[in-house]
Design a binder for this molecule. Sequence first.
Ligand code: ADP
Length: 242
Amino acid sequence: MRNDSNLNNIIVFEKVGKIYEPQGDVALKNVSFSVSKGEFACIIGPSGCGKSTILKIISGLDKESSGDIIIPKNISMVFQNGALFPWLTAYENVALGARVKQQDKYEIDFICQKYIKMMKLSEFADKYPRELSGGQRQRVGIARALAVDPDVLLLDEPFSALDAKITEELHQDILSMWQQTQKTIVMVSHSIEEAAALADKIILMKTGLIQKEFKINLSRPRHEQAPSFQELVNQIRREFFK
Ligand code: ADP
């Protein structure tokens, strides 16, 4: 692997390829990128271009076929549907995350209270997943992932099943959580606007390759009506449909 000069990088992919055996499906061809500590990176691209494969490799759920990677040990993933345990309350789901690192019940309670409050779940802590809305379930999934105190938080299209208003509220709360915790976030999204609203860096993929990386310097909060925001979205859209 090249001697990466940026010591701040927490994730590095260097010429990574992924072939799914035994069919031989090529998911990634020659993918190189890095994510630095505390960065909010977003991977976008059409269906089947390899976004989830990258998340699976970062999370350790899958292994690259070629190339080199650097990934930290402690990673949490938030899935599209929250993937909560239905027989546990919101609080108990978050406590599962906290128990990954903590044994002391007072410490576990402290961690749960902190992230339940951060994700605005205080009044829903005793509810079961079936009693929660889709947005609330995602909030529990995020709180549970944070309770592990991960080096990197992976978000796999966390808002894809939610309506526009709930998504907008969650965007604000994810940004606030990110600013408070200073976590490194890698998120997969199918929305250019969402990526532009949230990320420091957008990695645009096309059929197993990175087509272009966009470094975003717009200050936050970003206003979707602002000409600079519109210009950025148009620039990404032009590349997306190339
Ligand atoms: P995306 O998340 O961008 O929709 P994926 O990473 O899921 O794309 O998939 C990239 C390619 O790899 C697709 O062609 C897909 O069919 C293939 N693929 C993904 N997972 C598997 C698997 N477990 N076995 C075989 N092929 C797979």
